[in-house]
Design a protein around this ligand. Structure first.
Ligand SMILES: N[C@@H](CCC(=O)N[C@@H](CS)C(=O)NCC(=O)O)C(=O)O
Length: 91
């Protein structure tokens, strides 16, 4: 279960590959730190990311890369996955 008191999304200051995960968290009403990395800071920050890329979901002492895996994880955690592989959940 995601520790919603200690979640961070690391990405650049744009939507891109992080936006779906951000939207899932906002929709779910979960607090998270929306960390937006400047291009100036990126060369140093890059070295701290698991695959040298973002987005990264940080929870506790763990950093998880890969945008689709992050979005899928968060959608499952917060019940946004559909009841079947074909049917979207209707709100
Ligand atoms: N397969 C990865 C691709 C991640 C990716 O390409 N991230 C880009 C930004 S969209 C990045 O970190 N670029 C900076 C770099 O590679 O140094 C994902 O979906 O998360």
């Amino acid at each position: 279960m995601a520790d919603s008191n200690n979640m961070k999304i690391h990405y650049f200051d744009e939507g891109g590959r992080a936006e779906v995960s951000r939207l899932v968290l906002v929709w779910a009403g979960k607090y998270f730190d929306d960390i937006r990395i400047s291009f100036q800071d990126w060369p140093n920050v890059k070295q701290t990311m698991p695959l040298g890329q973002v987005p990264v979901l940080e929870m506790g002492s763990h950093k998880y890369p890969q945008s689709l895996a992050i979005a899928a994880y968060l959608a499952r955690e917060y019940d946004l996955y559909g009841p079947t592989n074909l049917v979207l959940k209707l709100m």
